[in-house]
Ligand binder design. Structure first.
Ligand code: PHE
Length: 371
């Protein structure tokens, strides 16, 4: 035993490497905190560490002894580095386990209503729209807020000189695509184009989302929300459009007897085009939907223009259908009696507390759409 220890004492400086290694590995083994481990690393392998110093002392040895000692020091260095790395991993995983245990959430605890967030009316109404149109077989489609000229305008039969392209309405971006500036989409209608370009007909989608126009007053904000609807099939006609939207408003406003009317209108991407009004009564400070002899416009719609179908490679002799577009914020204001659109986007918690919705009541047509 004594003989062996002496034999491995190759440093020539009276250092017993085996003992030293045992001592260091033992110390590493005994450590239970990251900072203590780091202290050992610095003390042994750091710039002024013990092992580093040993390596530096090699220069004083004669070549034969230097080679032998050098190899031994390297083995020592590697063993220590490896032990430190392994210990570090262990300590990290122990710390993670402790943290996970500490942060366990008991999902069976009852909800504390006083700290629960409220769903924004736009989110609520979007969910309601999805519930209603979902039941009619529409799926949700999406598109980006930044659009190109083709999707937002030209494929929708909106020619370059059309007023909708005017600077005062449209936010143009500096970035260009094929020499045309990109825009913040001015309506959700580009999702019609994206949908029809992404696969063959038939189509039956709604596309809720953000839209942008340069406008700001009681009923306009530069960012607002729309929902687009598109239905294309082999024998779709205006009667389907009227039935679908009539069903929609009656379900949405939760009154079976809401009077509706379709007024001729104009949109470049539909022919014929119409605006849909619902019956209402206006008093000095109230608007009652579904009764009275006044009318309120709630959406634009029409039969998809053959030029639009041609632009996306759909044969208008075979496929036809309808589209509609509606302001989500606007119908939210009407349904829930919220007077000023600008307040929607101010992020005031008192406002959300008042107009917001319980986050766990999912709207369904059978279980109730609201509250
Ligand atoms: N995109 C139109 C708008 O923003 C609405 C619309 C959509 C009209 C689809 C007809 C068909 O006003």
């Amino acid at each position: 035993m004594a003989e062996m220890a002496r034999e491995s004492d190759v440093s020539g400086g009276g250092v017993d490497i085996d003992r030293l290694e045992g001592e260091i590995l033992g110390a590493i083994d005994g450590v239970s905190a990251m900072d203590a481990l780091e202290q050992i690393r610095v003390a042994e392998l750091g710039k002024k560490g013990r092992i580093t110093a040993l390596t530096k002392s090699l220069g004083a040895l004669d070549p034969e002894a230097r080679r032998e000692a050098g190899q031994r020091y390297n083995v020592l260095k590697q063993a220590v580095a490896h032990a430190i790395a392994t210990k570090k991993e262990t300590l990290e995983s122990v710390a993670l386990d402790a943290q996970l245990l500490d942060e366990t959430v008991d999902v069976t605890l009852p909800i504390r209503p006083e700290i629960m967030g409220r769903l924004h009316p736009v989110s609520q109404v979007t969910e309601e729209l999805i519930a209603i149109f979902g039941e009619m077989g529409f799926r949700v489609a999406e598109g980006p807020d930044v659009e190109d000229d083709f999707n937002n305008f030209s494929a929708l039969n909106i020619p370059p000189e059309h007023p909708a392209r005017q600077m005062q309405d449209t936010f143009y971006l500096q970035a260009e695509k094929s020499n045309m500036p990109l825009v913040l989409r001015t309506h959700t209608s580009p999702v019609q184009i994206r949908t029809m370009m992404s696969g063959p007909p038939p189509y039956r989608i709604i596309a809720p989302g953000r839209t942008y126009r340069c406008d700001y007053d009681l009923t306009h904000t530069p960012m607002f929300h729309q929902v687009e609807g598109l239905l294309i099939d082999r024998r779709t006609h205006m009667g389907h459009l009227k039935g679908c939207l009539t069903d929609f408003v009656r379900t949405f406003f939760e009154r079976d007897d809401i009077p509706v009317r379709f007024r001729p209108s104009y949109f470049p991407f539909t022919e014929p085009s119409a605006e849909m009004d619902i019956g209402c009564r206006r008093t000095a400070d109230e608007l009652i939907i579904g009764e009275g002899d006044d009318w309120l416009e709630i959406l634009g719609c029409g039969m998809v223009h053959p030029n639009v179908l041609r632009a996306v490679g759909v044969d208008p002799e075979v496929w036809q259908g309808f589209a509609f577009g509606m302001g989500i914020d606007r119908i939210a204001m009407l349904k829930y009696g919220i007077p000023d659109l600008r307040t929607f986007f101010e992020g005031d918690l008192r406002w959300s507390g008042n107009y917001g919705f319980g986050a766990i009541d999912v709207p369904t047509t059978y279980g109730g759409l609201s509250r």
